[in-house]
Design a protein around this ligand. Structure first.
Ligand code: NAP
Length: 341
């Protein structure tokens, strides 16, 4: 075991775009678990990076309390149990939880997000990528909120990312025609060639309004939006009568210091009788098993493909987080610290 615990603390709340200065590197003593109280001492192996973490950095009420200042930045990871006071979680086993940007963490039975063991044999990266929270988000958001029917047209923004790429492929599995919006030629090519998506729009090159007019003259039945801003407005412009807009995320505005203006065309929601609904994945936590069964089947049948973007090294944690907001990540953004022992 190492002699100290490396940590990246949330030093200050970002003003606008998150910067490296918002975090501070420190070394601390390795914490001690109170085994009598059912605690675990865990060692982080792989971190997940999620756009929602940017929202946790603000001092705003949300579905989770703000991340605490001067504490390791809140983050999901896969870790290995070093000491266990929980008879159901053996020493040496792999677990997932919100253990924060540090080498070692204490998991308590009272934690807001409970620590869960990885299903036997699941590779740590897959537990955070294709069998992790972003895929469940895609599954529940599309199937429960979007409610696709075969033959419908589905528009997905942020489509080359961890959530969007799974949405697009589940929509194909359900017999829909899928139009994907992503940034850059490489991501658009991957969506066409590997994910079998019908049409792609490169929002960094194309006139998205013009493209949507050409590609869906009869309108969009379901718009799964990960981005917000101008892309949301363009999707609303082309939504069909009785369409559904699934509000999953608004990454285009997460680093704005002022709230972005609302879409100017909301009247279409009324005149076209559209349902626009937001959701948070954890609302469906009691249905994870059914979703996991479907995801495993589709991946094994080759109907869903995915990409992991695995950075390395504790020193690179904050820069890896920033990659999400410039579109540098190709697929689920992860960072590797160590392999299980
Ligand atoms: P991701 O899509 O793997 O990575 C983020 C991607 O967002 C980037 O690669 C980039 O792709 C795109 N992006 C960044 N800034 C942008 C901008 N200004 N305009 C347009 N696109 C931009 O991340 P993810 O974890 O799957 O999350 C995707 C969305 O889902 C986020 O909005 C997130 O908050 C949301 N989410 C919601 C829930 C929920 O429960 N509701 C759960 C998980 C995630 P390009 O290269 O294509 O620009």
């Amino acid at each position: 075991m190492a002699s100290s615990n490396r940590q990246w603390l949330l030093k200050k709340r970002p003003q606008g775009m998150v910067t490296l200065d918002d975090f501070e590197y420190v070394e601390n003593t390795i914490p001690k678990a109170n085994l009598d109280a059912g605690e675990l001492l865990v060692k982080n192996l792989y971190f997940s990076f999620d756009p929602a973490m940017r929202g946790w950095m603000d001092d705003e009420p949300s579905y989770l309390p703000p991340a605490a200042l001067n504490q390791p930045m809140r983050a999901t990871s896969v870790a290995q149990v070093i000491e266990s006071g929980n008879p159901d979680i053996a020493k040496g086993s792999l677990v997932q939880g919100m253990f924060g940007w540090q080498d070692y963490a204490i998991s308590k039975p009272t934690d807001l997000i409970p620590t869960t063991p990885l299903p036997d044999g699941t590779p740590p990266t897959m537990a955070l990528s294709i069998f992790g929270g972003t895929s469940f988000t895609a599954y529940f958001g599309l199937l429960h909120i979007g409610q696709p029917a075969a033959g419908e047209t589905v528009l997905v923004s942020g489509a080359a990312g961890a959530t969007g790429s799974v949405v697009a492929q589940i929509a194909k599995i359900k017999g829909c025609r899928v139009i994907a919006v992503a940034g850059g030629a490489e991501k658009c090519q991957w969506l066409k060639d590997d994910c079998n998506i019908d049409d792609v729009i490169d929002y960094k090159q194309d006139d998205i309004e013009k493209k949507l007019s050409e590609l869906c003259p009869d309108g969009i039945d379901i718009f799964f939006d990960n981005v917000g801003g101008d892309i949301l407005e363009a999707g609303i412009e082309h939504i069909a009568e009785k369409g559904r807009i699934v509000l999953c995320g608004q990454i285009a505005g997460y680093n704005n210091d002022q709230p972005q203006p609302g879409p100017k065309n909301l009247m279409h929601i009324i005149t076209r009788r559209v349902r626009m609904e937001g959701f948070i994945m954890i609302d469906f936590i009691d249905q994870l098993e059914a979703a996991m069964n479907d995801l495993v089947t589709w991946v094994m049948e080759g109907k869903i493909t995915y990409r992991e973007d695995i950075q390395q090294g504790f020193e690179n944690i904050p820069t890896t987080f920033l990659r999400l907001f410039s579109g540098q990540n190709t697929g689920k953004q992860l960072l590797k610290l160590a392999e299980p022992e």
